[in-house]
Design a protein. Structure first.
Length: 459
């Protein structure tokens, strides 16, 4: 089996690479998921056939753990609604990172490593433990168990960086002199603490980037674990995961015109009471579902802009009904997807795909922005900061320079929103007050349903 194991691992690694390649396009995404699953099966089977596992005769404990994990994971995957995929992703990062960290802890006490191996183990456990607590905090914010706004205090950045510095110093000392028994428990506590301090001051608007960063750190932890265990497949899979998460984080930051440092330490998302207070004092134009339906009925082109409000209202299926109704009337309906709309990368794509909206109708910001000036109606469903014109005009704004969807350049703008509260950036949205804008106040699911009913009766 020792002769065949490298080939099994090679096929598994090839499966992971092809999975990433094929999942980059909707037409091959299902094939990518299947080949990724097959790669993981090969990886697990190959690991179970390793000589050290076979000789250790630990199959009873291994299969017991597999049974427990499957009993927890399968119901989570099947019962979790699509609107809660970001929370499930955060929990998955926490479990994966904790597994890496616990393995590193066991290896530390089992072999007392030195030199390069100790350095890799320190990196593995540091990233594993901080990703665990950071992911749990991210889950709490996404689930709104914890406040979604940044939780800050005076000098919090200094405290966070100080804890990280102490953790790194302890790691360096353990590499040079690993014999001190008190150091590793202290290192674990500091790593866990830094994960909490890292995400607590980050607001809900930055959760897409945070999730991508946590994905990257969990991958790097797995790669470091590969060096500790001398497992080449772990190194390959971890490097793929870490690189993909980092690239995705960079895309998210570019979409917000912000840096990693600003995301991690900028406390973005603190709602400003002044902004919320000024919003209700300015007049806006509103419309009923009947009036909105009449405007859509007379349009020849419509661009729908989904946001987190659509996810909260679970309005994607009603949006699909509206899409079908307008399409049957000959209206050209498309969807504009901002890279950071929602609570995780691709959140809107996932929700709209769940409602079976054709994927070729989902267009990215750079593809569709040029079409807004010749579009009859831009229908904004629960989006806010990603359509705020202040990003272009107000250099003092926290979203200054952020690329936005040019909804304000459409001939008519309709915005479905519960009220006039600001977005995660904590600032008012100038789009609400344009002469061409109609505010459609109410629950997105109910309002869209009323429009569909009205369009059906008029047809």
């Amino acid at each position: 089996m020792g002769t065949f194991l490298p080939y099994i691992y090679l096929l598994a690694a090839l499966g992971f690479i092809l999975a990433i390649k094929w999942m980059s396009h909707p037409s091959t995404a299902r094939r990518g998921v299947i080949i990724g699953e097959l790669g993981m099966v090969l990886a697990v089977v190959g690991t179970l056939l390793r000589s050290d596992v076979v000789e250790g005769d630990q199959y009873l404990w291994i299969f017991l753990a597999l049974a427990i994990g499957s009993a927890i994971g399968a119901p989570l995957a099947y019962l979790m609604p699509m609107t809660s995929v970001p929370q499930l992703t955060a929990l998955s990062h926490a479990f994966g990172a904790l597994a890496s960290a616990l393995i590193g802890t066991v290896e530390y006490y089992r072999i007392q490593p030195t030199g390069f191996t100790m350095g890799a183990l320190a990196a593995e456990t540091l990233l594993g433990y901080l990703t665990t607590t950071a992911s749990i905090i991210a889950f709490g914010k996404l689930q709104e168990i914890l406040p979604t706004r940044p939780l800050t205090y005076k000098g919090q950045n200094i405290v966070s960086l100080g804890v990280l510095a102490m953790t790194v110093i302890l790691a360096a000392v353990m590499v040079v002199s690993p014999g001190e028994s008190w150091m590793f428990p202290a290192f674990i506590v500091l790593s866990l603490l830094f994960g909490i301090l890292l995400v607590t001051p980050i607001g809900g608007a930055d959760m897409p980037t945070v999730i991508a960063l946590l994905n990257s750190s969990a991958g790097v932890a797995a790669a470091a674990m590969g060096f500790v265990l001398d497992n080449k497949l772990l190194i390959i899979a971890g490097a793929l995961n870490g690189t993909a998460g980092l690239l995705l984080s960079m895309i998210m930051c570019k979409a917000m015109n912000r840096s990693f440092i600003n995301v991690l330490f900028g406390a973005f998302g603190q709602v400003q009471t002044g902004a919320a207070g000024s919003a209700v004092q300015r007049p806006v134009r509103s419309a009923t579902p009947e009036e909105a339906a009449a405007i859509l009925d007379s349009a020849s082109s419509v661009i729908i802009i989904p946001g987190y409000g659509m996810a909260v209202a679970q309005a994607q299926h009603k949006i699909r009904e509206l899409y079908d109704m307008l399409t049957r009337k000959g209206v050209n309906v498309r969807f504009a997807i901002h890279p950071v709309a929602g609570r995780m990368p691709g959140h809107m794509n996932v929700l709209l795909a769940e409602a079976d909206i054709p994927y070729d109708k989902l267009l990215e910001m750079d593809e569709i922005n040029q079409d807004f000036p010749v579009t009859d109606v831009a229908l904004v469903v629960g989006a806010n900061d990603v359509v705020n014109p202040l990003a272009r005009s107000d250099q003092a704004s926290p979203i200054s320079g952020m690329p936005i969807l040019d909804a304000d350049r459409a001939r008519t703008v309709m915005i479905i929103k519960r009220g006039m509260s600001p977005g995660f950036a904590g600032i008012d949205n100038e789009l609400y007050y344009l002469d061409k804008t109609l505010m459609l106040f109410g629950d997105a699911k109910g309002f869209v349903g009323s429009m569909v009913k009205e369009l059906g009766s008029s047809h």
